[in-house]
Design a protein around this ligand. Sequence first.
Ligand code: URA
Length: 458
Amino acid sequence: MIAAQAEDFVSFRATARTLLAAGIPPDQVAWGDSLFASNVDLPNQANPVAVPRDFLALAELVALHRDSVKWPLLYRVLYRLTHGERDLLKVDVDDDVRALLLMEKALRRDMHKMTAFVRFRRVRDAEPEYFVAWHRPEHYIVERMAPWFRNRFGSFRWSILTPDKSAHWDLENLTFGPGVPRSDAPDEDALEDLWRDYYRSIFNPARVKFKAMKAEMPVRHWATLPETQIIPSLLLEAEGRVLKMAKEQKGSAAAYVPDVRELAMLQAAARGCKGCDLYAHATQVVFGEGPSDAAVVMVGEQPGDEEDQKGHPFVGPAGRLLNKAMNEAGLDREKIYVTNAVKHFKFIERGKRRIHAKATGIEISACRPWLEAELMTLQPQLVVCLGATAAQSLMGRDFRITTERAKFFPHRWAKELVATIHPSAVLRMPERFDEEYALLVRDLTIIAERVKELEKTS
Ligand code: URA
């Protein structure tokens, strides 16, 4: 009997190739893990056996199964494939093939569940933003699935913690660390503590931009911070503090936003807002509208001329186009809360006409406390940003609709956020209207599907 070991697909492949080349039949191999078996030590053969590609793809997946019977099973199938049964994988009544396909099915189900059930939550006080999720997959799929999360949530720093392994994305690199030793799902606070422990353990001060940090927060102040603060949080918070101070010096609606979670009260208070100068020219504030239990919040830019006169969001030409596109995409406006990043109409006068003028970054930031209060009150599953103003208000100034439209991102005020083109932008391109409108409907259809998924898993 030959003792062979495999810990993962790569080591299995190497060992299996050596065994095959030496002609060792499966019933003479005892597969084990590295704790009790020494790896097979056979002379390398000059003519390695050609392994069918289908098998390799299947084996790479099945190697992630938790049950270690996968190793003898994989070797048995491999041996048979290379010893006269080339089409074995097509014989799905064969016991070995059946067992392999069942393992494959279990893995695919597990991977799908991971895409549906991983929920990121924002780590309190972490600046820049950091998201963490806990998940317990049945099999060893974290490394395999991490690129999927990077593709979908690539513009955020995040960690996914599981009992077997942790995956981390820092906007540049996907890295993996040990699992967190927990058999039960941690509650929200424990999850954050776990993440902080992890962060403390991997923190590498050499990678921090000390110069920029010192400029933002003089070193002499570091010592006055509570001793319990670990260096990473010190660094992460430094940026937040500076941003906060900068914000306090500018105009802001913050002072007008009452500390309540009641939409009608927020709306009433918004009528008195003088957080920026736009109130002085507009007819009235146009606050968000829709059901207080809305799972979806749509955020536009600012009210237009018609909205300003009527006092309701998206009731003018852009609103009508939006309604049509939503209908086609299967989104019910009645169930959606619709609002704007800026709550007053900004315009320039041309004769009798009032022409929409773009809100500045200062005006958008000044108005953000209203949007935040609406989102904090509603706690939606999904925020849909219509156009760059809304998206940049909620995702930062680097956010680009052109490259990020119809992608879903975790967000502090909702489970996810997604952006698409603003219907006014479609109206502004008469020569490309049909294509742009079709793209808007396409995005809204993707969004409608995601809403259904989120509803199922909420
Ligand atoms: N455009 C917007 O962004 N919002 C409205 O309410 C109307 C037009």
